[in-house]
Design a protein around this ligand. Structure first.
Ligand code: UGA
Length: 434
């Protein structure tokens, strides 16, 4: 089976590469020529563990190729995935579908009358699959195709693992033929007992938003409970453990922190709110989640200022981690983007280090000195702020901190350090929910 994937962002590139790994022939198409040239040489433009090797191996084995020429790529295709971005529209929070619709039109204008399955993998509002089908029909009356929806649930930083070992695969289709093709594509997973959930196209589209909104709500809930813990003397880690052991709740996504970020939860919660409004069926819980999360990210800056006695004017602050989560270089909607400008505006002198995100962060954050290591950021600092829980930060000991820092104030927004050890060593240690 020959697969074309349109869009080489996280979802497109990871899905295309993993389908090639399954043994299919895959061509990934993108309009950005520079990106395609690099990918043809096996250079992956994003940081994602294990992706480089998998891309290189599948190129070498002749199953994976990259191109800017959609028309040419479509010639031998059987299945076409649309995996382009659906960013938030600035004016109303809706998903911007211009790239999805432009892809649909381009597909239509390139198709002959041989049967194709067109699959939307991008996260799209309910009804988009039908609209895509309509665009294809209007632009090419001979087009012979079925539509499918197949949302992706992979996380940045563990994308390959999430694609290869998912909890489930969701597939929306209208016809038996489309179902059979999708079942064949995912056979390597269903053979290993991964459930394939077949639904209507609309249901499949809504499952994706519902999943992301639910997870964002879970995080927001535990964040609010962590605030309560701080006031009433409870410990959020144990509260999370105590509720997470109830299988009806589950232990994942209960890590309290500075607020969720990234390219998905902020965008998809806003889009779900808009979908609810469009159908006069408001999702008030998620409206509340969005406003709590927005406020929380900014509040974290004031928490840092308070921990330093009400003023950060002239204070040297070491910042460890700036990406929205570890194992990625992605800065989209990272809490750092809300927190750090408030600190610099209040007169703090920031030295920051992140293992992978500094190039991207330097484009978005001004007046920060970027350092080559955590030790360099920590040297002579009055305070330490931890914004992202990178693995290497867990290895920093109180002794290291004592040696390097001038001051003894730690604000750990990811609960990386050990509370007791920090207190025993005489640090003024502020963490989340304890
Ligand atoms: C999220 C979903 O988890 C994926 O299933 C989905 O496919 C993806 O969006 C998408 O729609 O493409 P991602 O944004 O890569 O994945 O990252 P997550 O690991 O979900 O983290 C999102 C944010 O929540 C991060 O800022 C993270 O720090 C925060 N988070 C996560 C917490 O604060 N606490 C937690 O317990 C978990």
């Amino acid at each position: 089976m020959n697969i074309v994937v349109i869009g080489t962002g996280y979802v497109g590139l990871v899905s295309g590469t993993c389908f090639a790994e399954f043994g299919f022939n895959v061509t990934c198409v993108d309009k950005i020529a520079e990106k395609i040239t690099k990918l043809q040489q096996g250079i992956v433009p994003i940081y994602e563990p294990a992706l480089d090797d998998m891309v290189k191996r599948n190129i070498a084995d002749g199953r994976l190729s990259f191109s800017c020429d959609l028309k040419d790529a479509l010639k031998n295709s059987d299945v076409v995935f649309i995996a382009v971005g659906t960013p938030t529209k600035k004016d109303d929070g809706c998903a911007d579908l211009q790239y999805v619709y432009a892809s649909a039109k381009e597909i239509a204008l390139s198709l002959d009358d041989r049967y194709r399955l067109i699959v939307v993998k991008s996260t799209v509002p309910v009804g988009t699959g039908r609209k895509v089908a309509q665009i294809i029909k209007v632009n090419n009356e001979k087009a012979n195709f079925d539509m499918a929806s197949n949302p992706e649930f992979l996380r940045e930083g563990s994308a390959i693992e999430d694609f290869m070992y998912p909890d489930r695969v969701v597939i929306g289709t209208d016809t038996e033929k489309a179902q059979k093709i999708m079942a064949k594509l995912y056979e390597p997973l269903s053979k290993d007992n991964v459930p394939l959930l077949f639904t209507e196209i609309e249901t499949s589209e809504l499952i994706k938003y519902t999943a992301n909104a639910f997870l964002a709500m879970k995080i927001t809930f535990i964040n609010e409970i962590s605030d309560l813990c701080e006031k009433c003397g409870a410990n959020i880690r144990d509260v999370a453990k105590g509720i997470g052991l109830d299988s009806r709740i589950g232990s994942k996504f209960l890590q309290a922190g500075p607020g969720y970020g990234g390219s998905c939860f902020p965008k998809d919660t806003l889009a779900l709110i808009q979908i609810g409004k469009e159908y006069s069926s408001p999702i008030r819980s998620i409206e509340t989640v969005v406003s709590i999360n927005e406020k929380r990210k900014k509040d974290m800056a004031y928490r840092i200022i308070d921990a330093l006695g009400g003023s950060v004017e002239g204070k040297d602050i070491a910042v460890l981690g700036v990406t929205f989560k570890p194992n990625t270089d992605d800065m989209r909607e990272a809490p750092a983007l809300d927190i750090l400008p408030i600190l610099t505006k209040a007169g703090a002198k920031l030295k920051a280090y992140d293992p992978k995100g500094m190039d991207e962060a330097a484009k978005l954050l001004k007046d920060i000195e970027w350092t080559a290591s955590s030790s360099e950021a920590l040297k002579d600092a009055d305070a330490l702020v931890i914004l992202t829980e990178w693995e290497e930060f867990y290895k920093i000991t109180p002794t290291d901190l004592k040696k390097l820092m001038k001051g003894k104030t730690i604000i750990d927004l990811r609960n990386v350090m050990d509370l007791k050890a920090m207190k025993d060593e005489g640090f003024t240690y502020s963490c989340i929910g304890c």
